[in-house]
Design a protein around this ligand. Structure first.
Ligand code: NAD
Ligand code: GLY
Length: 359
């Protein structure tokens, strides 16, 4: 097991990465103020892993109850969030009852938001079960639900007490979901580590074949980069915005098509191709750089072409991006492969051209 630390001005927490960690309750114990936890899960993950976690907790005399949510991005909303509050109240959960998110990014984001709100703040722990959640969403304390007009628009910054990334849970992950997680892994190489990008190009077949060493390296490097960036800028006043590479376009795809039509990681894959194409239009990337990005996204099993939508619809959707400032859409683009930057606004002619060629 590898343990990284995310260090913030007023807290710090461990990110444990390894295999067979789910039943290692000693990783949870230091973070539980009371021997009582609420496990939030969904209808797909619960039959696979919930009983194992509950039995392990019971052996350590930790009382637990579960809340099983419907599965899917389309359920990341108020109604589903309320199911968590209903269960917490009906089971008399207290302010020191710890919420455990056992699931992918959807369960993690909703559990974190529920924990931020319940009695004005209850502790929570992330046990991410998808590659995407292990490399990105479980770390850093962004929690949210979607609004029909905009992705993750209602939420809070609220940090977990610990992250336990058990990589053996990825054995049951469908291939399409593995690819979705690889989108966020590619993102780290593109935004800040050209050597890692090269490693990904060489090792993509091993990653897709779930080679444990390759996967562990990818999760570790991704979490290192995320912990470093969040440690510098917890509330996204600056450098953290770079973690949104591909997301302005990607979130527009998700909201535009209806949540769940494309997976989040698929939308980010196509969004990163658009970001690379826009960067080339500004003269920052060469056409062969753009081909490298397109090739890597395709090698991960992700779409490289975005869905066709009129420019006016793209602009309407992107106007709800959380990076918008004084009405200007701020795009994360690439000055070179391995170095991202923020660009305030893009001429319509560039947007039209890249969307025409890449959708
Ligand atoms: P997800 O949570 O919907 O999980 C994907 C699918 O895999 C679901 O059907 C789920 O039930 C299933 N699943 C989960 N674990 C499994 C396992 N071990 N075996 C078999 N099936 C399993 O999607 P995701 O890709 O994990 O997360 C996407 C969400 O994360 C989006 O809502 C996105 O906005 C959010 N996100 C948040 C952050 C953040 O910083 N908070 C960062 C990136 C993404
Ligand atoms: N996934 C973007 C962030 O955590 O900031």
């Amino acid at each position: 097991m590898i343990t990284l630390d995310l260090i913030l001005p007023d807290t710090r927490y461990p990110i444990h990465i390894g295999r067979d960690l789910l039943e290692q309750v000693e990783l949870l114990l230091p973070h539980l103020p009371l021997p009582k936890v609420a496990i939030v899960c969904n209808e797909t993950v619960a039959p696979l892993y919930l009983a194992r976690l509950q039995q392990a907790l019971a052996q350590h005399r930790i009382e637990s109850f579960s809340v099983v949510l419907p599965d899917g991005e389309q359920h990341k909303d108020w109604n589903t969030l309320n199911l968590i509050f209903d269960a917490l109240l009906s089971r008399n959960a207290e302010r020191k009852t710890t919420l455990i998110a056992l699931g992918g990014g959807v369960v993690g984001d909703m559990t974190g938001f529920a924990a931020a709100c319940y009695q004005r703040g209850a502790p929570f722990i992330q046990i991410p079960t998808t590659l995407l959640a292990q490399v990105d969403s479980s770390v850093g304390g962004k929690t949210a639900i979607n609004h029909p007009q905009g992705k993750n628009m209602i939420g809070a910054f609220y940090q977990p007490k610990a992250v336990i990334a058990d990589m053996s849970l990825l054995d049951t992950l469908p291939e399409r979901e593995l690819s979705a997680g690889l989108a966020e892994v590619i993102k780290y190489g593109l935004l800040g580590d050209a050597a890692f990008l090269g490693w990904l190009e060489e090792n993509m077949p091993r990653l897709r074949a779930r080679d444990p060493d390759a996967l562990q390296h990818a999760v570790k490097r991704s979490c290192e980069m995320k912990a470093d960036i969040v440690g510098q800028d917890e509330k996204e006043q600056g450098v953290r915005a770079l973690l949104n590479l591909g997301h302005t376009f990607g979130h527009a795809i998700e909201a535009g098509l209806g949540y769940g039509a494309w997976l989040h990681g698929e939308a980010i894959g196509a969004g990163m191709v658009l970001a690379a194409a826009a960067s080339a239009e500004l003269g920052w990337l060469s056409s062969s750089d753009v081909e490298r990005v397109r090739g890597l996204v395709a090698a991960a099993g992700l779409p490289v072409k975005s869905p066709r939508m009129p420019l006016t619809r793209w602009l309407e959707l992107m106007s709800h991006d959380k990076k918008v400032e004084a009405g200007t859409i701020r795009f994360v683009l690439l000055q070179q492969l391995g170095r991202a930057t923020i660009q305030a606004g893009l001429p319509s002619a560039i947007l039209e051209k890249i969307l025409d060629r890449n959708s």
